[in-house]
Design a protein around this ligand. Structure first.
Ligand code: NAD
Length: 474
């Protein structure tokens, strides 16, 4: 794919108001991959005007007609799975095979899930003497991060367009390329002009202009907790509806009757998926104190077996991080872990052998971590897992919940009922019980505490984009 010179506004590819551009970098080579427009406030004004103009008509379009457009979008995205997988593998660094399935394939599945859901959805229902009507919120600004770029766009755009909202998508400046593929497929699917708009650019410019814009009714952000705070403040000025999918520091709890080898292996692999650039990474591994050293030995073995290298080469398990800034952030945390007295079991700040170009970091395991250390408290967003000893089940639950975040988690045990009891005590939006759960596009995804507000995917994800009206009919 070459450079992108235009934005998608009002059903057409248009010239941006200003000439500034963003260079997207290949994470494995550090070389420019493509450029996209650095959008401006003028572009945002134009996109919001187009989305506002389109809103009334789209909201009034019968659901089946809206779904017919979404079905064509779904089919279009299916045709582009390999291309998207390859683009994201280069931008973000995820190995190609995984990127093709997760970054390329799952977004199409997500669009389909909303189509299926909408057919049986209670758009209207009685409540006593009233009729409850569900109506779209309005114009939605969707700000997405770089780690799963099309996946996150599909969660927002799929739900919003199904609900009858119109959308302006602002993808991450680090990984914007798949959003251009999405815009092309929206265009080909024949949505009315203005229903979907794409404005690439920086968060501080395009993101803030959207969040502050009086013509925008709702903001859906996936990003860091710091950005969530800033977006909430800006959106409060116009009392917009805000949904936030933010950071995580999820814990995998291993109970004393679990198969230790299996549990540690699963946790290390899960937490290193996409080089640890995943909000739901199980970056804390909580184990019974008596098994701590054995868990560290297993974690080391698993981490050292993983093949770090070029994401486009078959057999690579872990690619580079997405940017130099992210690599530096991860290295800073690794240094901090050592300074705070955690045991560096494997990994470290040196680049992996032979990988001096590309934003690579060694898969890193810390043991003897206490929950007060920065590496246990803060989201690192890299291939770093921290092993924390616990005295018993209660202590493990306490440690897991003693976090500003509450996005995901896992409990491993040979006793399913015991594991479920522990899972129910975790203050997080999702928990996998006794193994890695397959990703369920119908399950609500989102966080407790500072991991966010609201949910994505499935029925709960759709409802975020709807108002409810009570009609008292004669
Ligand atoms: P980020 O917060 O830097 O950026 C996210 C998006 O918001 C980008 O499009 C960015 O340009 C925009 N943005 C930045 N500043 C803004 C501002 N002031 N106003 C409006 N928009 C602004 O996040 P990132 O570094 O791209 O992604 C990593 C973060 O995303 C991690 O913290 C991760 O946990 C989180 N994340 C959460 C989930 C989830 O579902 N909970 C999923 C994936 C990633």
């Amino acid at each position: 794919m070459g450079d992108r010179t235009q934005l998608y506004i009002g059903g057409a590819w248009v010239e941006p108001a200003r000439p500034e551009r963003i260079t997207v970098v290949n994470a494995a080579t550090e070389q420019p991959l493509a450029t996209v427009p650095a959008g401006s406030r003028e572009d945002v004004d134009r996109a919001v005007a187009a989305a506002r103009d389109a809103f009334e008509g789209w909201a009034a379009t019968p659901v089946e007609e809206r779904l017919a457009c979404l079905q064509r979008l779904h089919e279009g995205l299916l045709e582009r799975i390999d291309e998207v997988g390859r683009l994201v593998a280069q931008e973000v660094g995820m190995p190609l095979a995984a990127a093709t399935v997760i970054q390329g394939g799952v977004p199409a599945v997500i669009i389909k899930s909303f189509i299926d859901l909408a057919r049986d959805f209670p758009w209207e229902e009685p409540a006593g003497s009233s009729t409850i009507v569900r109506e779209p919120v309005g114009v939605v600004a969707a700000n997405t991060p770089w780690n799963y770029p099309l996946f996150q766009a599909a969660c927002k755009v799929g739900a919003a367009l199904t609900a009858g909202c119109t959308v302006i998508l602002k993808p991450s400046e680090i990984a914007p390329l798949a959003s251009f593929v999405l815009a092309e497929e929206v265009d080909a699917a024949g949505f009315p002009p203005g229903v979907f708009n794409l404005v690439s650019g920086f968060g501080e410019v395009v993101g803030e202009a959207l969040v502050s814009h009086p013509g925008v009714d709702m903001v859906s952000l996936t990003g860091s907790t710091a950005t969530g705070r800033r977006v909430s403040e800006l959106a409060a000025q116009t009392l917009k509806r805000v949904t936030l999918e933010l950071g995580g520091k999820s814990a995998a709890i291993v109970l004393d009757d679990a198969d230790l080898e299996e549990a540690v292996d699963a946790t290390v692999r899960q937490s290193f998926l996409n080089s640890g650039q995943a909000c739901m990474a199980w970056s804390r591994l909580i184990v019974p104190r008596i098994y701590h050293d054995e868990a560290a030995r297993i974690a080391r073995k698993v981490a050292e077996q993983l093949v770090v290298g070029d994401p486009l080469v078959e057999g690579t398990d872990i690619g580079p991080l997405a940017s130099a800034e992210q690599r530096e952030r991860v290295r800073r945390f690794i240094r901090l872990g050592v300074q705070e007295g955690a045991t560096l079991v494997t990994g470290g700040v040196e680049p992996p052998d032979g990988l001096h170009r590309g934003y690579y970091v060694r898969p890193t395991v810390f043991a003897d971590v206490s929950n007060e250390m920065a590496i246990a408290l803060e989201e690192i967003f890299g291939p770093v897992v921290s092993i924390i000893p616990a005295e018993d089940d209660d202590d493990a639950v306490r440690i897991a919940n003693e976090s500003p975040y509450g996005l995901h988690g896992a409990v491993f045990s040979n006793d399913k009922a015991r594991a479920e009891r522990v899972a129910r005590r975790l203050r997080t939006g999702q928990v996998d019980v006794c193994g890695v759960g397959g990703f369920n596009v119908l399950a609500p995804f989102g966080g407790y505490k500072q991991s966010g507000r609201g949910r994505e995917l499935g029925r709960f994800g759709l409802e975020e984009y709807l108002e409810v009206k009570a009609l008292a009919l004669p």
